[in-house]
Design a protein around this ligand. Structure first.
Ligand code: AMP
Length: 563
């Protein structure tokens, strides 16, 4: 059996392997590490995300650089800031036992001078997004003229994002005799073009079948009329109570709409799309990573670089135009050896797209029937029973037990359970049509009505915001400057704090800061959640406003909007 030792890793890296708990090399590591350790060669590796490719190029790079020389010797280009940070963190972990090694991340949206200072202190390995790197080269804040190793990670995504020209430009600043290692999940013609143009007779490694999706992903599709997509989504989520998933939509508006509906329906959901600031996206991603959000509703661009293990489901609310994009989407699940499901909602007329995905992936997609309202309900009850059975017993209730037992004495066990069930599920519509659009439309209309009425009630009071006794009013140091409006800030707070629709209210966004209210019972939760929260190199702080004070906006504060 291959071990990391037999692949040729040195003692320092083996220490890291042990610390990380990696037992055996993954397929891509098995194939790539010996080549990159022993040969001065260019290489193209086709490997999905989640296959362990960071270590496949990271271990050899760390082993081959001279850590006593402070010049930059290795460059890793990545499509997104999230992935850039992730790779840097991984590389730091892998190189922990190597004395003197320094890995620095440079990416847009953060302070350029701070990044330049880190580089100045000596960085043998630089991990960068193309835009920021190009900028720093131009300003002579980084020198890549002596690099020996250059990795293009997720090359297909970099090209999808329009980085071709930037990459071309960056490579002109690197020496010709470097080794280039290109990693890509798919091999579209553009990646081929890069390989041909910038690489010297590269060796090609394929993990799994070319362009095929990982074996541990099950692909399913539902035939759903377009207007019933949301009902279908709700049914899928209800049937999979432990779902931790990403829902892909095609437009920003649709993304926000679906997330809003899910939140209204009581799910922990949030949207991530290009209209959000980097800071907002960070908050969403952090909440998702920590599983405070169960469903992330995303556009393809915003989801690039989502590097979260354990995603159980990817849901294609709408199918993308290109099959390549479907491969990227589904690759978010089934990572690191885990099983995942990719679900597609497709209209009858778009059914042919399923065929083209099947051809591309060389695998059969299973058609699944929408569950009936009855099936969804059964699944909910089963989940509820499990939850009840595993609830930890609160010992301070013990003294009240005899009284309560006494109060229910004349009821049989059956009647008692029936009563509890009826109370628990009183709002669940068991009508067979409940999952269909007509039912959905009804609930949508009524929730819109209730939204409007809550808006109105605040409109009446926004000129003079009184903080009633059972409410707390908080100050938060993000505002319109961070591209928040009251609606988006409210969504973030709700998702981040895992609170319900009405638990965060009176959100008021000023230019540099904002205010919001919650019920007093959530005070600790709010203060704790924002304790030491760093986003975008900046501390997000939340403070209680002085008790009883009303807030009247000063003239020089630009007020954005009220809710
Ligand atoms: P990557 O494809 O590099 O993003 O890696 C995906 C996940 O697999 C990360 O969480 C890695 O820490 C993990 N991983 C990488 N190599 C191994 C290995 N040999 N054994 C177990 N887990 C690994």
């Amino acid at each position: 059996m291959t071990t990391f030792k037999s692949l040729g890793l040195n003692a320092e890296l083996l220490k890291a392997v042990e610390k990380l708990g990696f037992e055996t090399p993954t397929d891509v590591q098995d194939k790539v590490i010996p080549i990159l350790l022993e040969q001065d060669t260019d290489l193209v590796a086709l490997a999905q995300t989640g296959t362990g490719k960071t270590a496949a190029f990271g271990f050899p790079m760390l082993q081959r650089i001279d850590s006593t020389n402070r010049r930059t010797q290795g460059l890793i280009l990545s499509p997104t800031r999230e992935l850039c940070i992730q790779i840097t963190n991984d590389m730091v972990e892998y190189g922990k036992a190597i004395k003197g090694v320094n890995v620095v991340a440079i990416y847009g949206g953060a302070n350029i001078q701070e990044q330049a200072n880190k580089i100045k202190r000596g960085a043998q390995i630089v991990v960068a997004t193309p835009g920021r790197l190009k900028d720093m080269i131009k300003r002579r804040l980084v020198d890549i003229s002596a690099i020996k190793y250059c990795v293009l990670d997720e090359a297909d995504e970099m090209l999808n994002m329009g980085f071709y020209e930037d990459i071309k430009d960056i490579l002109t600043h690197t020496p010709n005799d470097k080794n280039s290692w290109l990693f890509s999940a798919t091999m579209p013609p553009e990646v081929n073009r890069i390989a041909k143009k910038f690489m010297n007779n590269p060796q090609e490694i394929t993990v799994g079948t070319k362009n095929s999706s990982a074996k541990n992903i099950e692909h399913q599709y539902f035939i759903v009329p377009g207007r019933e997509r949301y009902a279908a989504l709700r049914a899928v989520v209800s049937m999979n109570t432990d779902i931790f998933g990403v829902v892909f939509c095609r437009t920003k508006i649709e993304t926000q709409k679906v997330a809003d509906k899910l939140i209204q329906d009581g799910y922990k959901a949030a949207a991530i799309h290009g209209d959000l600031s980097q800071n907002q996206r960070d908050i969403v991603m952090q909440s998702f990573r920590k599983k405070r959000i169960q469903l992330l509703v995303a556009t393809d661009v915003a989801a690039r670089g989502i590097d979260v293990d354990d995603i159980t489901h990817v849901i294609n609310y709408q199918l993308p135009d290109e099959t390549e994009v479907y491969t990227h989407r589904s690759g978010r699940t089934g990572r690191a050896g885990k099983k995942g499901t990719s679900i597609i909602f497709v209209t009858k007329s778009d059914r042919r797209k399923i065929k083209s995905i099947e051809n591309k992936l060389q695998t059969k997609l299973s058609e699944i029937q929408m569950p009936s309202a009855e099936e969804v309900f059964t699944s909910k009850i089963n989940h509820w029973v499990e939850q009840v059975k595993t609830t930890p017993i609160k010992s301070d209730l013990h003294n009240h037990l005899p009284k309560v037992i006494n109060a229910f004495e004349e009821l049989t066990k059956e009647t008692l359970i029936e009563l509890i069930l009826s109370k628990e599920f009183k709002s669940f519509d068991l009508h067979p049509k409940a999952l269909e659009f007509s039912g959905e439309g009804r609930s949508e209309r009524s929730s819109r009505r209730s939204d409007r009425s809550s808006d109105r009630s605040f409109e009446r009071s926004d000129r003079k915001i009184n903080a009633p006794e059972d409410k707390d009013r908080f100050f938060i140091n993000v505002g319109a400057r961070d591209q928040y409006e009251w609606t988006t800030l409210k969504d973030f707070l709700r998702s981040f704090l895992s609170l319900e629709q009405d638990d965060v209210f009176q959100v008021e966004v000023m230019k540099n800061f904002s205010f919001f209210s919650t019920h007093k019972k959530h005070r600790d939760l709010v203060l704790k959640a924002f304790d030491n929260l760093i986003m975008d190199d900046r501390k997000v702080s939340v403070e209680l406003t002085k008790k009883g004070k009303t807030f009247s906006p000063k003239k020089n504060f630009k007020k954005k909007k009220f809710n």
